[in-house]
Design a binder for this molecule. Structure first.
Ligand code: SF4
Length: 290
């Protein structure tokens, strides 16, 4: 690492420590990866993110780390209706991979730890904390951006129009909503449905990491750019890596478009369906018969 890049990285580590985010910023020297960065188009659009400050560096613009290229045999198997697990690459630990799981952690403990949270400014305008819902042992976890109006009122993720579409997507995969786990990057609604800001994501996302660590799903499916960019530590637009597989804390991660985006752009549903079929192949699911 050159000196310029090193000093930037140190500044980010200090920033993370100030936010109480310390454990997630260890082993940076071995990570060879990106720093925490700003989040792009908010999880429900496909435009590339334009950084808002000069703090965004070339390292922060790095592409997300893909799962390794598959052999022809693996590709063939992946195309089959029931596909084997994807090969896990032997890569250096990432910023977040390097963090330790919390021994004995559970979803109720995480919720208890969050409490009546005032750690970031989103608490000022929320009605309810939207922690997450679904199967605590789910093989599939969907991660969205943050609660909207309906979710804020109800305290549950994805219960509005986009939520109904997500339910349809889940059922098309031959699953029920209660089979999967659904949560968001930030647990409180950003005012006027604006994008979560960098400090809000940095403060709240450790809860998400703990949730995923506890559930240990086979697949994490990011809905939209915000969750994908947060978990993959990239600022690339989601359209650049949508539908590709990545490794994330022992799970396979794939990003697809947010249901809210599909409501505005119905033709994109076919792309999302292709992504979901990849998820189904990994989970050994057959499409629902009509
Ligand atoms: Fe706390 Fe997260 Fe809500 Fe911010 S968004 S107040 S960190 S629960």
């Amino acid at each position: 690492m050159d000196l310029k890049r090193g000093s930037r990285a140190e500044a980010w580590v200090r920033y993370g420590e100030e936010l109480g985010f310390g454990p997630y910023y260890r082993d940076r020297a071995t990570a060879g990866r990106t720093t925490p960065q700003q989040i792009g188009d908010g999880g429900n659009s496909t435009s590339d993110y334009v950084p808002a400050t000069e703090a965004v560096t070339e390292t922060m613009m790095a592409a997300p780390r893909k799962a390794p290229a598959q052999t022809p045999a693996a590709k063939q198997a992946h195309a089959a209706p029931i596909a084997p697990a994807i090969v896990t690459p032997n890569l250096a630990p990432s910023l977040f991979d390097a963090s330790e799981r919390i021994e004995g952690d559970t979803l109720p403990l995480i919720r208890e730890f969050i409490g009546n949270c005032t750690r970031c400014k989103l608490h000022k305008t929320r009605t309810n904390i939207v922690f997450g819902t679904g199967n605590m042992k789910a093989e599939l976890v969907f991660v969205g951006e943050g609660p909207g109006h309906d979710e804020d009122l109800k305290g549950e993720p994805f219960v509005g129009r986009a939520g109904k579409l997500l339910t349809q997507m889940i059922e098309a995969m031959s699953l029920k909503r209660e089979d999967v786990y659904i949560c968001n990057v930030v647990k409180c609604r950003p005012p006027e449905n604006r994008l979560p800001e960098r400090d809000e994501i940095a403060t709240c996302s450790p809860f998400l990491y703990r949730q995923i660590d506890v559930i240990r799903p086979k697949v994490v499916c990011c809905l939209g750019a915000c969750s994908a960019q947060t978990l993959l530590q990239t600022t690339q637009g989601i359209s650049k890596f949508r539908g590709e597989w990545f490794d994330f804390r022992g799970s396979k991660l794939i990003a697809t478009y947010h249901p809210a985006y599909l409501l505005r752009n119905p033709p994109a549903k076919s792309e999302v369906w292709k992504d979901l079929q990849k998820v189904m192949a990994v989970l050994g699911l057959q499409p629902k018969r009509k």
